[in-house]
Write a protein that binds this ligand. Structure first.
Ligand SMILES: Cc1cc2nc3c(=O)[nH]c(=O)nc-3n(C[C@H](O)[C@H](O)[C@H](O)COP(=O)(O)OP(=O)(O)OC[C@H]3O[C@@H](n4cnc5c(N)ncnc54)[C@H](O)[C@@H]3O)c2cc1C
Ligand code: FES
Length: 314
């Protein structure tokens, strides 16, 4: 069994920007490189763990390029670090590079778009736990909504490298084809790879796409897509595990499907995080114990962000 990752070697490290590529209108892939103690700390980071980036001194983009819906918030001071998980981690020699897939939603992520090669970023991490692999699993289903695909791409890499007996299948959902945070246009992908997303195909992982408006792949929510797939699957629930990351409403539905089908399921939760290191209590997740109505709180930054879906009160 792959144990839960822990943040034993966490610290504040300086990372250097290698690239910051725009992949869709609001989506970017930032690659940061660590050397020295930072490289060591991030080399073995588990899929689903995260870090807090300090973007307080990062410049704003030119006014004319700021999306209208962010014009009012763009100038806000960035007092707190922002949490991000990783889509990939690579070690070469004594350097470790991490890929962050991010979406521009507010003042900090807007500033992030101006980070350019050789700039430094202060990174607090690695933080939180990560996904784990329970014993006896033969099939892993990776279910993402929107930006939730990032940590699941990292997980696909780890599962295919370290658990060759597990068949991995990715399900990626978004509102529309344009809102899918993947590098290539889906038309091209569908022609070349039969809807396999290159980000998963490079690990030999089959992928299915779902869009709410039917503009690409399965027409409907990704949760309907996985329900349909499970309905036709011959694999037994107990030999499967579902890993999910995305909007909370989607995670709640994934947890429900897993319960109905008797499948182990892990969900990566998101909370606003002020500190990331269990000091401020801003990131509480309501949890329950099986067979009891009593609820209690765990901290998303320290006890999560990955939780067994059966313990989360959605
Ligand atoms: C463990 C963890 C991992 C994350 N990984 C990624 C990632 O890999 N890529 C990525 O793009 N984003 C990720 N996020 C979300 C990211 O931290 C926020 O999008 C970012 O902090 C927004 O900062 P901002 O100043 O641009 O926008 P803000 O003004 O802070 O927020 C803009 C909008 O997004 C909502 N929002 C912001 N943060 C959160 C949150 N944590 N949970 C729910 N809603 C939120 C706000 O309510 C607001 O409506 C992650 C969050 C967590 C907790
Ligand atoms: S973010 Fe401060 S306790 Fe979790």
């Amino acid at each position: 069994m792959l144990e839960k990752s822990s943040a034993v070697k966490r610290g504040v490290f300086s990372a250097t920007v290698c690239s910051n590529k725009q992949i869709r209108e609001r989506f970017y892939r930032l690659v940061l490189e660590f050397s020295g103690a930072g490289a060591e700390a991030f080399a073995k980071i588990g899929a689903g763990q995260f870090a807090q980036l300090d973007l307080s001194d990062t410049a704003l983009p030119p006014v004319e390029t700021i999306p209208d819906d962010l014009a009012d918030v763009a100038e806000r001071k960035i007092l707190l670090r922002r949490p991000f998980s990783f889509a990939d981690v690579t070690t070469k020699g004594n350097k470790t590079s991490v890929d962050i897939l991010y979406c521009v939603v507010g003042p900090a992520t807007l500033r992030m778009t101006t980070l350019s090669a050789r700039e430094s970023v202060s990174v607090l991490g690695p933080l939180g736990n990560g996904f784990w692999v329970p014993d006896g699993k033969k099939t892993a289903l990776l279910v993402s909504g929107g930006m939730g695909t990032g940590p699941l791409q990292h997980l696909a890499k780890i599962l295919t490298a370290d658990f060759p007996d597990i068949n991995v299948i990715a399900f990626a959902g978004a509102r529309s084809a344009e809102a899918l945070p993947f590098e290539r246009q889906l038309d091209e992908i569908s022609q070349q790879l039969g809807f396999s997303l290159p980000e998963f195909a490079k690990y030999g992982v089959e992928s299915l796409v779902a869009t709410d408006d039917g503009s690409a792949g399965f027409a409907g929510p990704v949760t309907d897509c996985i329900s349909e797939w499970l309905g036709s699957s011959k694999s037994a629930g107990k030999s499967m595990v579902i890993y999910s990351c995305g909007p909370e409403a989607m995670l709640a539905r994934v947890a429900e499907i897993a319960r109905e089908k008797n499948i182990d399921c892990q969900v990566s939760m998101e909370r606003r995080m002020a500190c990331g290191i269990s000091l401020c209590q801003s990131c509480a997740v309501e949890c329950k114990t099986a067979g009891s109505n009593d609820t209690f709180y765990k901290l998303c930054c320290e006890d999560g962000p990955v939780f067994d879906s059966a313990e989360v009160v959605f």
